[in-house]
Ligand binder design. Structure first.
Ligand code: ARG
Length: 477
């Protein structure tokens, strides 16, 4: 390849060339690389190093870059940057020949990665709000539907389906916010930093940053051209989103698999067995349940590959980029699949009926204390005794007889039956954020507002991306 010839003898064997090439992964940043080159050419124009006419034709050539060229390119070109340069050299030699003047692949790739991460954040937040909306609309619909709440994986208290779903929505929105907060650090331009310590070509780095929609520059040229620290915040945001997705998926798998099922979805989200004809397997949720391990795996690969760096750019950094795209794509696909599935969610036959009445005893104990009858510790002991009797099959009448013997007055004894009715128990919850249906509705309202804000932010960012891209690649201004 032309750019090797001066310094190196011979060609890289094709297999080895494929081994060190990033062409396949570079497809993910093609749009960004084209924009980076356009901003660079504009900078060359500002310095009077190319004419308006050359710039105009070069921008046209970038806009017309044939996307399939990446797939068919000779791997000896190494990466998208060299393929784009070759394209420009053949289309507009006056621009292509000087495309690497004061621009290294080191600062260019870092800029492209930052721009792609920036766009991914907006895309992910937008998709994430789609899933949050689906959860919240089902939460609203089933705000009154009785549903067991669990601790230690055992039934613990009566609640509602809407309450459980809004918990997942609330966690998801917080995770999306954490992801969105990575945007600020990512959004700084490394361009014009050169390969490691700056360049004698007097680029206006701030103007280049502005052309590409960055908020400012990564000042230190060594840091700008080699650090990938910014992407860790992005991956940590993804990890947090994937934690919520994994938990949600796990619960959905379990709820649909109980007998009778607590939840159900459309058949479309199940598979059957190739041998056991009765099976209805919740495969979408099972695959989604692997989200955390996927993202964590990519996070580990990324972190190790960017670490133990001596000085500036090393090609290990190339191997740290793919994990970003894999983690982002996986999370995006999971958010979308889960949103589609949740849109078909409905309570299963077990939802209202399989609540263990004993789970109301906590509030009975509280009532005995709130009405001045017993200290809570004594009430708790008494209720433990009731639970134990019911568990061994004692009749309600014998339990009531036991309570009377223990000295409880008639009203208090009669009250037990009310607290063994889950619907009445959830009506007694008195704190904000509880699973009492009207409180569930109120908190859903807050979450819907928060979701709307995040969605507007992501939509605005994506519009901004589009507008900047069109502007930098558009005609001469
Ligand atoms: N393909 C490289 C990457 O993705 C671009 C930078 C290569 N720089 C170099 N000096 N070989 O990181």
């Amino acid at each position: 390849m032309a750019f090797r010839k001066g310094r190196l003898e011979g060609e890289v064997p094709e297999r080895v060339a494929r081994y060190i090439s990033s062409l396949e992964e570079d497809e993910e940043i093609l749009d960004e690389v084209l924009a980076v080159n356009a901003a660079h050419l504009r900078s060359l124009r500002r310095m009077g190093l190319i004419s308006d006419d050359v710039l105009e034709r070069a921008l046209g050539a970038l806009r017309g870059f044939p996307r399939e060229a990446l797939r068919t390119a000779d791997p000896r070109l190494e990466d998208v940057h060299m393929v784009v340069e070759e394209h420009l050299r053949s289309e507009v030699p006056e621009a292509g020949e000087n495309l690497a003047l004061g621009k290294s692949r080191n600062d260019a790739v870092s800029a492209a990665i930052r721009m792609r991460v920036r766009r991914f954040i907006a895309e992910l937040v937008l998709s994430g709000t789609g899933l949050a909306e689906a959860l919240l609309s089902k939460a609203e619909e089933y705000a009154e539907t009785l549903f067991p709440l669990h601790t230690h994986e055992q039934p613990a208290a009566p609640g509602t389906l809407g309450f459980v779903l809004s918990c997942h929505a609330s966690r998801l929105l917080k995770a999306l916010r954490a992801l969105a907060s990575a945007y600020g650090e990512v959004n700084a331009s490394p361009l014009g930093a050169g390969p490691v310590g700056g360049t004698s070509v007097p680029h206006d780095r701030l103007a280049i940053a502005e052309d590409l929609g960055f908020d400012g520059v990564v000042l230190n040229a060594l840091e700008a051209s080699s650090s990938r620290d910014f992407a860790l915040a992005f991956l940590c945001g993804l990890l947090r989103v994937s934690l919520v997705l994994t938990d949600l998926a796990e619960e959905l798998v379990r709820y649909v698999s109980q007998n009778p099922p607590l939840l159900d979805f459309d058949d479309a989200f199940f598979s059957t067995s190739s041998i056991m004809p009765h099976k209805r397997n919740p495969v979408v949720a099972e695959v989604a349940r692997t989200s955390l391990s996927r993202v964590l795996g990519e996070l580990v690969r990324f972190s190790v590959n960017v670490s133990r760096r001596f000085g500036g750019y090393v090609l290990d950094l190339q191997e740290s980029t793919e994990p970003l795209w894999r983690a982002a794509r996986w999370t995006l696909e999971t958010l979308e699949a889960m949103a589609e599935m949740v849109r078909t969610l409905r309570p299963g036959p077990g939802a209202g009926t399989s609540i263990d009445p004993k789970t109301g005893l906590t509030e009975y104990a509280a009532w005995l204390t709130l009405t001045g009858r017993l200290t809570f510790r004594r009430a708790h002991l008494l209720c433990g005794r009731i639970a134990s009797m019911l568990h061994s099959g004692a009749s309600l009448e014998s339990v009531e007889a036991y309570l009377t013997e223990s000295g409880l007055d008639r009203e208090a004894v009669a009250k037990l039956r009310e607290f063994l009715e889950p619907r009445r128990v959830i009506g007694t919850y008195a704190v904000i954020g509880s699973s009492r249906p009207d409180e569930v509705r109120r908190s859903i309202g807050e979450l819907v507002r928060e979701c709307g804000e995040l969605k507007a932010w992501a939509t605005d960012r994506l519009r901004f991306e589009e507008e900047r891209r069109a502007r930098v690649l558009g005609g001469v201004r």
